[in-house]
Design a protein around this ligand. Structure first.
Ligand SMILES: [Fe+2]
Length: 183
């Protein structure tokens, strides 16, 4: 089962998501849907309702995690499983790091699209991967030196994912922002 857009916003309200995280999630959703539609135009078979719900809910427990320091990819996923949305839970669990070995060269998954879209939205702004990771590094890498290597690995994986996605569609990573601001 996949929650509708309306049900996603009910959940967002119920979990008292901070307004800037709601806005971030809406922009991630716009980016993810644009990419997913382009991929489908070129022969992929992505479930757009799943992409939409996964993107809207990817940070569903982030507000809480700021206080509790819980891993919000894990707790968000557990919450969605408990609500009967296992497919959305899987996307949320992979929104920071994709499961190793889950990627195939010829197909792009809903989890990959949401993961990539989140890496293109810094707070409420569409940016390139380098800028997004610079911000992550400033906020976490400098404070927690043992995270630095993991962040670098994640950036490299994201660059490879970007190459894979954009090898299949007729727009470039740089064009995303323009297309979203001039629909
Ligand atoms: Fe997140």
């Amino acid at each position: 089962m996949i929650p509708t857009r309306e049900q996603c916003f009910e959940l967002i309200q119920r979990h008292r998501m901070m307004p800037h995280i709601v806005r971030h999630s809406e922009i991630v959703t716009d980016v993810a849907l644009l990419i997913a539609r382009k991929l489908n135009d070129s022969g992929q078979n992505l479930d757009l309702a799943l992409v939409e719900a996964g993107a809207l809910l990817h940070d569903i427990t982030k507000t809480m995690s700021i206080k509790t320091k819980e891993n919000h990819a894990e707790t968000g996923s557990e919450l969605l499983i408990s609500l009967g949305y296992p497919a959305v839970a899987d996307i949320v669990s992979q929104h920071i790091r994709l499961d190793p070995g889950s990627s195939a060269q010829d197909a792009v998954t809903e989890a990959e699209v949401v993961n990539y879209a989140d890496k293109r939205v810094k707070h409420e702004e569409v940016v390139d991967i380098e800028e997004r990771f610079r911000d992550v590094n400033d906020r976490y890498g400098d404070k927690f030196p043992d995270l630095k290597a993991r962040i670098e690995e994640n950036q490299l994986e994201t660059r490879l994912l970007e190459q894979k996605i954009f090898s299949k569609i007729d727009i470039s990573p740089e064009q995303l922002n323009d297309i979203l601001s001039n629909p």
